[in-house]
Design a protein around this ligand. Structure first.
Ligand code: AMP
Ligand code: MG
Length: 427
């Protein structure tokens, strides 16, 4: 575990008073480590969790060559022989068991989707392509179809075409999606080893902050940050330890930080970290931990406290509701993903055409709330959602992503391409 000073020494030009968003991310990814405790969970419980070991396929999927369609299986070499192929139906192969008969030239087997391909047969003509002649005095049932409709091997799924026995199916560090859960189940695995869930303790600070149910009073606002952070933490499948609103007095803050550090892998707070804060939050962080106070070259956001209290990582977020969400998405989320054991890169930013000009100062990263739509010409277009004040949550609700205007970028002209961090999955 490196101290903040050691990390700072590794970063060229580290200036806590004017930190670029990229440098802040870089710092945080050096500060945190993947949680070491592992556990086994069932596949139902594994969604959103992070695999702790590589999964090697114990079987081939599918386990045998099988039909991809309801139709008739036959030897595809016969396609080249006639313009219209007429085949005698020798029997029926059902899904779930192997057909036991034998097939001669000029014969086929009626086959259901998923049924094992009878030996020697490699092609399936779908039911809807054939004209059928029922069995009768003239002999067995027959089917006919134009040969040009098919090529040898059509409509057959090969053994192991999804996964071959002994091949790596999923790598350690993969965050399990619905598709990955299905894949694990297709291998017949009842459970998997994952990193244990992170425990995240959260409290809001500030004497003006009301908890739900409290009577409104002049100068006070309801605590919204606790609910946005709760939602953001839930989306990461971490455990949320709700510590409420903590009063701005040294003994309450000290007790809260100590209790949080004793229980949680990470402590997230909001409020009380800006310059010139009259409260005790910063002083208590400094007293109890190894903490740096940053001014990040970004908007909204800017002040943030990071470090450790005991063995817990501390993310002291600003108080403004939108700044909380933006700093969470930009810095806390990538750091938590690493702590969860995930090795996956962040979702790629989308490029969309800005529908309007945006004023932007070079030298800081700006995150604007935007709505991405498909323009009539089929391209992606993004429009800013109204009031961009750092306390205005309603424009965050309307947005489906954040327009990310990079550190060096200046003004954006209407029609320029901009980067967008889509909310889907994170919010
Ligand atoms: P601070 O960073 O503590 O100076 O707070 C900045 C602004 O955010 C102030 O207007 C606070 O009232 C507001 N704020 C702080 N914490 C919360 C919270 N938990 N919920 C809603 N607003 C908050
Ligand atoms: Mg405050």
């Amino acid at each position: 575990m490196k101290s903040l000073q050691e990390i700072a020494a590794q970063l060229e030009g580290y200036d806590p008073q004017a930190l670029s968003a990229a440098a802040a991310n870089d710092f945080l990814l050096r500060l945190v480590e993947p949680v070491r405790d592992l556990e086994s969970v069932t596949i139902f419980e594994s969604l959103g969790r992070v695999l702790a070991q590589d999964v090697v396929s114990p079987i081939s999927v599918p386990p045998h060559d099988n039909s991809a369609m309801d139709g008739f299986a036959f030897d595809g070499a016969q396609l080249a022989q006639r313009e219209t192929l007429t085949l005698e139906v020798a029997g029926t192969a059902l899904a779930g068991k192997a057909w036991q008969g034998t097939v001669h030239g000029g014969q086929c087997v009626k086959i259901m989707t998923g049924a094992i391909m009878p030996p020697g047969l490699d092609t399936v003509v779908p039911q809807e392509f054939v004209s059928a002649q029922a069995a009768g005095d003239a002999g067995a049932a027959r089917i006919s179809f134009p040969s040009k409709l098919l090529r040898p091997g059509d409509n057959r799924r090969l053994k192991g075409e999804d996964l071959r026995e002994g091949e790596p199916a999923l790598q350690a560090g993969t965050r399990l999606t619905p598709a990955a859960c299905g894949l694990l189940a297709s291998l017949g695995l009842p459970s998997v080893r994952v990193h244990r869930r992170l425990r995240i303790a959260y409290f809001s600070t500030g004497d003006e902050i009301l908890s739900l149910g409290e009577t409104p009073r002049e100068g006070a606002v309801y605590d919204s940050n606790r609910y946005t952070v709760h939602g953001l933490v839930q989306r990461l499948d971490c455990e949320f330890i709700d510590m409420g609103v903590v009063r701005d007095d040294p003994s309450s803050l000290e007790a809260a930080f100590r209790q949080a550090a004793a229980q949680a892998d990470a402590i997230i707070t909001s409020g009380g970290v800006s310059v010139g804060e009259a409260d005790y939050t910063k002083a208590m962080m400094k007293k109890l931990g190894d903490v740096a106070f940053w001014k990040i070259a970004m908007r909204p956001g800017r002040p943030m406290a990071v470090g450790r209290i005991g063995s817990s990582v501390l993310f002291g977020l600003p108080g403004n509701p939108v700044a909380v969400m933006v700093t969470f998405l930009a810095f806390v989320r990538p750091a938590l993903l690493r702590m969860m054991g995930s090795t996956q890169a962040q979702a790629p930013l989308l490029k969309a055409r800005s529908a309007e000009a945006i004023r932007k100062k070079a030298g800081r990263t700006e995150y604007q709330r935007g709505v991405v739509n498909r323009a009539p010409d089929g391209t992606l277009e993004v429009r800013i959602t109204g009031n961009q004040g750092s306390g205005v949550l309603s424009s965050m609700v309307q947005a489906n992503g954040l327009i990310v205007l990079g550190h060096d970028q200046g003004n954006v002209a209407a029609g320029d391409a901009v980067d967008v961090m889509m909310f889907e999955g994170a919010i």
